[in-house]
Design a protein around this ligand. Structure first.
Ligand SMILES: NC(=O)c1ccc[n+]([C@@H]2O[C@H](COP(=O)([O-])OP(=O)(O)OC[C@H]3O[C@@H](n4cnc5c(N)ncnc54)[C@H](O)[C@@H]3O)[C@@H](O)[C@H]2O)c1
Length: 279
């Protein structure tokens, strides 16, 4: 591939993806609203830009084959705070990709697009949208953009509904964990699968207790290698019994299903500090 663009490149997941993605293309362009990372790859150019600026996105995607879109506010927040980066930013990426004739958008969607489904429902990739927050609503909006731009403009997309890409630090994550190695494999397959049309896939490792079904995304060839069961005994012992009636435990969205609209869900996830720092 000649030119590949990664948004959200200064973020946590972007930091894990920059190296592997830079090796899949001749010219790698990484972008974020934050300052440039210190360790740019030899073929990497960094552009500081705001997703909410359509002209900047159109310029950024000039000559690109694909864009891997990870930039966003990654938590629940008031609608007005999400409107620029998560809603308008998503429109700008699909519109800029269309104007520049890109082949595909590979998108970091989220389980929170379907977070109000019950955990006891083993939902597939065709489960109807059921967002748990404004953050999840923005993921639904972007997935619908992906569907619309495929149907009307022939622009392919792979929407990866990531569950929990962080160290396993709470009982929910024993089911929802996506290891960093599996994240990299998932994004690589989303890029190098010859034909994807409009595809949806769950970003989850091969966990014994994974609560979602990826059988309709088999064509992507994503075969996760890691399994959070290795952490189960320790995590369950550390955390003790969970309340089986609490919405945070009964819904796919976990704590996001329980918070008031506009309030942080991440604050309730008990993430380790090394997962919250930039790597
Ligand atoms: N980490 C997870 O478990 C998880 C789960 C589901 C979905 N996701 C999605 O994956 C993506 C990356 O998540 P992350 O954990 O790395 O989050 P992160 O917050 O570390 O990274 C997001 C990046 O987007 C950038 N950004 C925010 N607003 C911007 C704007 N207006 N213009 C340009 N860049 C902007 C931020 O500066 C940040 O570097 C996000 O879209 C998130 O919603 C992550």
């Amino acid at each position: 591939m000649k030119k590949l663009v990664l948004t959200g490149a200064a973020g946590r997941l972007g930091s894990y993806l920059r190296g592997p993605l830079s090796r899949m293309c001749e010219e790698f362009v990484s972008t974020d609203i934050a300052e440039a990372p210190a360790d740019l790859a030899p073929n990497e150019t960094y552009v500081k830009a705001d997703l909410a600026d359509l002209d900047a996105m159109v310029t950024l995607l000039e000559g690109a084959d694909m864009v891997v879109h990870f930039g966003a506010i990654g938590d629940e927040a008031p609608f007005e705070a999400l409107l620029g980066p998560n809603f308008i930013g998503a429109y700008n990426i699909w519109e800029a990709a269309h104007r520049n004739n890109l082949r595909r958008v590979v998108y970091a969607s989220s389980i929170h697009a379907v977070g109000m489904h019950k955990k006891t429902d083993f939902i597939g990739t065709d489960a109807p949208h059921r967002p748990d927050t404004f953050y999840g609503l923005a993921k639904c909006f972007a997935e619908d953009l992906a569907s619309l731009y495929w149907d009307k403009r022939g622009l392919e997309s792979v929407c990866m509904r990531i569950l929990s890409c962080a160290q396993v630090s709470n009982p929910r994550a024993v089911g929802t964990w996506l290891s960093y190695d599996d994240l990299i494999q998932l994004v690589q397959r989303a890029i190098d699968t010859p034909v994807t049309g409009f595809s949806v896939v769950y970003g989850v490792s091969d966990n014994d207790r994974a609560p979602v079904d990826n059988s309709k995304a088999h064509h992507l060839g994503y075969r996760p290698k890691d399994n959070a069961e290795q952490f189960a005994e320790m995590i369950f012992a550390e955390n003790g019994p969970v309340d089986p009636q609490a919405p945070a435990n009964t819904h796919h969205g976990g704590p996001f299903a329980a918070v008031e609209l506009g309030n942080s869900g991440m604050a309730h996830l008990n993430l380790n500090s090394d997962d919250l720092g930039k790597t």
